[in-house]
Design a protein around this ligand. Structure first.
Ligand code: SAH
Length: 356
């Protein structure tokens, strides 16, 4: 067992079974042995590849979208440009490169990163290459809110802790993780939990149904939305459901293959589908207009991914095939095109933005 596995077992022996949320939070973000805190997991040699790592066009188009939103709001002279879960910093570097066509945008943008991982903070600093100074935060709470803010997050919410509830004969129960001798195993609470923990539209689901919720994500989206009441924008990209849905989507990835989430805690990435209906509701309740979710393919195509790919291929003829392949990876419904979705938050009354 891993060092983190031993820590979790001690926790369970002392206090009894832990929720999936506690397991996920510890496995991913434990200060010493957490999956993210202790490594850079991205890329071909790592455990998974994300859209910004597939193609520079992804970040460039997001940059163009953000610049457009900034211009529509009168191109304010000082803004906060905040990315949550920036990974290797590739997305932000591509956004800032796209921003070179609008030097005023680059001058206006004060970059803030919300990142738990010291290993990845170092990568992010290197990715910006000294061209832009950034400020790091462990949570969104400490990011300043004294000027208009523009947010972006790609594959951030899927890593935030979920809870799982299972419909019993007469009550909902919470799925948890306990010990069978020395082995981590899934279980369920014997007592029922309040049905208010489950979205209303799913409360009548048949016996045996499993429902996932993510309070931490809803709270972060509320906080983002509250910062957008007088201007700014947020673009949230992730994989998941357009509407609340039943089903177990808790998964572990290691070296680009699925693995048992309980086998090597701290050594595999843990994620679950994002419930975009829940994120949209949190944003609406906090007073913003919500657009989407659009599929990643729909969003990128509307923003001109094909034209940009043609131009890039014309400038790099030997890479034309690779560029086309990367575009397909981002947009094909069989790959990232429809499972991945994009949600935009804008101040109330804002016009429909490009891509939606
Ligand atoms: N956006 C990047 C990386 C996605 S991986 C990309 O698309 O390539 C998830 C990112 O979120 C990593 O940078 C990870 O360290 C960070 N992260 C995960 N859980 C976090 C948390 N609870 N708080 C802040 N950052 C977190």
């Amino acid at each position: 067992m891993t060092a983190l596995g031993d820590h979790l077992k001690r926790l369970i022996r002392q206090n009894g079974p832990i929720s999936i949320a506690t397991f996920m939070a510890e496995a991913l973000a434990h200060a010493e042995h957490g999956y993210y805190t202790s490594r850079d997991p991205l890329g071909a040699k790592g455990d998974f590849v994300t859209a910004p790592e597939v193609s520079q066009i992804f970040g460039e188009l997001i940059g163009v979208w953000l610049i457009d939103a900034w211009e529509r709001q009168g191109a304010p002279e000082k803004i906060i440009l905040c990315e949550l879960g920036p990974g290797r910093g590739t997305l932000m570097a591509d956004i800032l490169r796209a921003g070179r066509v609008r030097p005023n945008f680059l001058n206006a943008a004060q970059v803030h990163f919300v990142e738990v991982s010291p290993a990845l903070r170092a990568r992010q600093e290197a990715a910006l290459g000294g061209s832009h100074k950034a400020t790091w935060h462990t949570t969104l709470t400490s990011v300043p809110s004294d000027r208009l803010s523009f947010f972006v997050a790609n594959e951030f919410f899927d890593a935030l802790p979920i809870r799982q509830f299972i419909r019993g004969e007469s009550k909902w129960h919470e799925r948890n993780i306990g010990l069978d001798n020395d082995r981590l195993i899934f279980g369920v609470t014997r007592d029922g939990v309040p049905e208010e923990l489950v979205p209303p539209s799913l409360r009548q689901a048949p016996t045996g149904s499993l429902v996932e919720t993510r309070t931490a994500a809803d709270a972060i989206v509320s906080d983002i939305a509250a910062r957008l009441t007088s201007g700014g924008a947020a673009l949230l990209i992730d994989y998941g459901y357009e509407r609340h849905a039943v089903g177990d989507t808790f998964q572990a990835m290691k070296a680009h293959a699925f693995t048992d989430p309980l086998l090597e805690p701290g050594e595999a990435d843990l994620t679950a589908h994002v419930d975009f209906e829940a994120l949209a509701a949190a944003a609406q309740n906090a007073g913003t207009s919500v657009f989407g979710p659009a599929t990643q393919a729909g969003f990128l195509t509307a923003l001109g991914i094909n034209l940009r790919a043609e131009r890039l291929a014309a400038a790099n003829p030997t890479k034309a095939d690779a560029i086309q392949k990367d575009v397909e990876r981002l947009t094909s419904p069989l790959q990232m095109g429809s499972l991945f979705k994009v949600l935009a938050l804008l101040p109330q009354g804002a016009q429909r933005p490009p891509g939606f």
